[in-house]
Design a binder for this molecule. Structure first.
Ligand SMILES: Nc1ncnc2c1ncn2[C@@H]1O[C@H](COP(=O)(O)OP(=O)(O)O)[C@@H](O)[C@H]1O
Ligand SMILES: O=C(OP(=O)(O)O)[C@H](O)COP(=O)(O)O
Length: 400
């Protein structure tokens, strides 16, 4: 449906859009798997003797994470194992001069594209193609590669404007993410399909469940979302404790849809039968019938992990969206890690998505190779699961 790096040839001037958007702490850009993944695409372009110019974004104006890409150049260079030059300009004279100076097999990163006013408005590809940003850079290149799947749900200039001027190709990350994340909608599996749904964002999970009625045989719920469903089932859970804002407003916003889903799909939805909480600084577990509504509940319990593991063992495909507990705290990681281990021990097709959830894989030393695909996308993954098209993918696919 789109052309790939296999179709480019060699020795071209290539503009490549990556998603290097990263956590920033005290002004320091944190390394994360986006660098390692995109490095593969960049390395392949370098090895083909192209002149490689990278564009990417970081944060949004007004936020602390809205910083220059100078640190990103060093991090990317480590993974590509080749120097990555940086110019603090997006499309002005300095950027164009640096682009023209580039030799074959060299890599240059331009400044954060969100520092350019043309980038962020959600506009059509035709409007973006006509922006000064896109019109001033496009003539410097022979082709455009979009590898930024995890930003492809945005109709921003650097993601949709260039394919109107240049032959456009998908990078390796774009290809792999697209194929894995749309497989729940596009692929037939030879056995039950299971979704593990957790995390803190109830609306995302409800949207995914609503969109995927036919294709899914089992829903295994946990996290905040699981507690909201348990509350709908009549258990005394899912109440905000102290100043927390995790439950009550999400309950108010989603109560009706949760009740409907539970009634319609009672035979396919599995809820936690036990939960974990903190007692005397240790992990303690309690059956759902016994929880008191003043306890913060931070993970699913061991019986739930066992039950869910049996369902996973019998599944042909498992998709994960959201963590089953507060896995960042080792005491409450058993649910998330236990489920990931169950998936890893089967040979089912598996996709682990959600920026936070996939972090549990590296935090607890699981091997990525045990899973069919570990996504680096958050919002784009949810949109793909719900069958929505992504403007950045659409822009690559046009055949007019
Ligand atoms: N019971 C819980 N109470 C509080 N936070 C939870 C609970 N279960 C999961 N979480 C939190 O949810 C976060 C992941 O949620 P979310 O952002 O929805 O998922 P993702 O980013 O993977 O899509 C994790 O950081 C985890 O700490
Ligand atoms: O990190 C990103 O999305 P994600 O947080 O949904 O994974 C993308 O870079 C998009 O960034 P944006 O949500 O500021 O447009």
């Amino acid at each position: 449906m789109f052309k790939t790096l296999d179709d480019i040839g060699s020795g071209k001037r290539v503009l490549v859009r990556l998603d290097l958007n990263s956590p920033v702490e005290d002004g320091i850009v944190k390394d994360n798997r986006r660098f390692a993944r995109h490095a593969r695409t960049v390395r392949e372009l370098v090895e083909a003797g192209h002149r490689v110019v990278v564009i990417a974004h970081q944060g949004r104006p007004g936020r602390d994470s809205f910083v220059s890409l100078d640190q990103h150049a060093d991090l990317l260079a480590e993974y590509v194992e080749t120097p990555v030059a940086f110019v603090d300009d997006v499309h002005g004279e300095a950027a164009v001069a640096a682009i023209r100076d580039l030799g074959a097999g060299e890599v240059l990163l331009l400044e954060n594209v969100r520092m350019c006013e043309d980038e962020l408005p959600e506009r059509s590809p035709t409007e973006h193609a006509d922006s000064e940003f896109v019109r001033s850079l496009a003539p410097e290149f022979d082709c455009y590669v979009n590898d930024a799947y995890s930003a492809a749900h945005r109709s921003h200039a650097s993601l949709v404007g260039f394919p109107r001027h240049l032959p456009a190709y998908a990078g390796r990350v774009m290809e792999a993410e697209y194929e894995a994340n749309t497989s729940i909608a596009n692929r037939e599996f030879d056995g039950p399909v299971t979704m593990v749904l957790g995390g803190a964002k109830a609306t995302d999970v409800i949207d995914v469940m609503s969109a995927l009625d036919e294709g899914v045989d089992n829903y295994l719920l946990g996290g905040i979302v699981g507690e909201l469903f348990l509350r709908a089932a009549g258990y005394d859970v899912g109440y905000d404790v102290g100043d927390g804002e995790l439950y009550d407003h999400q309950w108010a916003d989603n109560e009706d849809r949760i009740r409907e889903l539970l009634a319609e799909r009672a035979d396919r939805i599995r809820l936690p039968v036990d939960l974990a909480y903190e007692r005397d600084e240790e992990r303690a577990e309690v059956p759902v019938e016994g929880v008191e509504k003043t306890q913060p509940l931070l993970d699913v319990g061991a019986t739930t992990v066992g039950d869910y593991g049996e369902v996973i063992e019998d599944s042909a495909a498992v998709f994960v969206k959201g963590a089953l507990g507060v896995f960042e705290d080792e005491r409450f990681a058993d649910g998330t890690v236990g489920i990931l281990e169950s998936i890893a021990s089967t040979d089912c097709f598996s996709v682990i998505g959600g920026g936070d959830t996939s972090r549990a894989i590296e935090l607890y030393g699981l091997d990525e190779d045990y899973f069919s695909h570990v996504s680096i996308a958050g919002g784009a993954y949810v949109r793909a699961l719900t069958g929505q098209s992504l403007p950045g993918v659409e822009a690559l696919s046009r055949d007019d």
